[in-house]
Design a protein around this ligand. Structure first.
Ligand code: CP3
Length: 349
């Protein structure tokens, strides 16, 4: 019974339906805070893991085996699709991802490839099939994901992390043709990739627009929203719940909602109650504990978690998560306790 509920708990909440307990999963639930992952990383680079379906499946399962989570997310990254489109991607230890040939002008945009996801990202589609076999035994659903066009464009144009995103905003405002044609290519590729992941077995899909809060709402509506919409519309044909996540989105939640998604992911920079009021009851909400909270004493974690759960108590369609990914060095015992606490505290039986 418990395992039967688990399969449905996350999916029902995503669809705004009643659940027996609030479902919980954590963005970046697989990764360096876990010793099992660190151990594997001694022998393999992150791209090696992503490109080897058996290893990607193993890492996908690490947090599932360690914690009582209600969903798994396939181990991959938002950036291999850029590699598939012809960009040279490298993850540099201690520095993060770098694109060695960033897009700066019209001819760079024209040179981008649009291969089929099967051709270019078959390793992740195979990992999804493999992970589903293991997850089905535990009755746990699998989430597939992709980067949103804007967040992908941010890496493609800046070539890595960037504080002010002047190259990106420069293209957006001064070379509009290039911008729109880049965004359309990214939107179609990301949408088709999401669709392929659902066809391979992903039971829900999340579009990560991690850096969208760098924009004014006006620029979001004009230069970004049509393309997020395009990606989500393509993915929608898969008929699985779609989660639309962004950070720093307080000033643009209605615009984010309008772009689409059955679930809107929000970060901790807004009270979840306020986000819930702004978004209304016709979408589900996912969020929003500050990931840094997991470094605090348990009493602090518990009281902040209770506050979120209390304010969402009367709302169907709530998925507990952090407001962004689990941070490196997060104490594993706090993750375990948090996941159990969400279930215990919201048990309706
Ligand atoms: O959630 C999961 O457990 C699934 C795996 C996952 C990874 N990246 C693995 C990863 C997911 C969903 C992502 C998404 C991702 N990747 C995003 C969107 C979400 C977010 O956090 O905003 C972004 C912006 C990226 C790009 C990226 N990948 C960066 C900036 C970095 C370096 C910084 C960092 O956090 O280490 C990565 C590397 C990366 N992707 C790691 C992991 C586990 C680090 C692991 C390592 O070096 O071994």
């Amino acid at each position: 019974m418990e395992s039967e509920n688990k399969q449905q708990r996350f999916i029902n909440a995503a669809k705004g339906q009643k659940v027996d307990k609030v479902p919980v999963w954590l963005m970046r639930q697989a990764g360096r805070y876990m010793s099992e992952y660190q151990e594997l990383r001694k022998s393999y680079g992150i791209l090696d893991i992503i490109k080897t379906p058996e290893l990607a499946t193993e890492v996908t399962m690490q947090p599932i085996n360690a914690f009582n989570l209600d969903a798994a997310i396939i181990f991959a990254d938002i950036l291999p699709p850029l590699e598939a489109m012809g960009l040279e991607l490298e993850f540099i230890n201690g520095e993060g991802p770098v694109i060695h040939n960033p897009i700066r002008n019209k001819s760079d945009v024209e040179a981008l490839l649009s291969p089929s996801p099967h051709e270019a990202l078959g390793f992740t589609l195979d990992a999804i099939k493999l992970a589903r076999k293991e997850l089905d035994e535990k009755n746990i659903p699998l989430i597939g994901f992709s980067g949103a066009p804007f967040t992908l464009a941010s890496y493609a144009i800046e070539g890595g992390a960037s504080k002010n995103r002047l190259n990106l905003k420069g293209m957006m405002h001064s070379d509009k043709d290039s911008w729109h044609s880049l965004m359309e290519k990214l939107a179609r590729f990301s949408g088709n990739y999401l669709l392929s992941q659902a066809e391979a077995g992903a039971q829900a899909l999340q579009m990560f627009d991690s850096w969208v809060g760098e924009l004014s709402p006006e620029d979001y509506r004009e230069y970004v929203q049509p393309y997020s919409k395009m990606t989500l519309e393509i993915a929608k044909t898969a008929n699985v719940p779609l989660i639309h996540f962004g950070t720093n989105t307080n000033g643009m939640l209605p615009d984010i909602k309008e772009a689409g998604g059955d679930v809107i992911g929000v970060d901790w920079r807004i009270d979840i109650e306020k986000a819930s009021k702004i978004l209304g009851n016709d979408v589900s909400i996912q969020g929003n504990l500050d990931p840094a909270t997991l470094f605090s004493p348990w009493e602090e974690i518990e009281s902040k978690t209770k506050k979120i759960l209390d304010s969402m108590r009367d709302r169907d369609g709530f998925i507990f998560n952090l407001g962004h990914g689990v941070l490196q060095k997060t104490p594993v015992e706090n993750v375990k306790r948090l996941v159990d606490f969400v279930h215990e505290y919201t048990d309706n039986n």
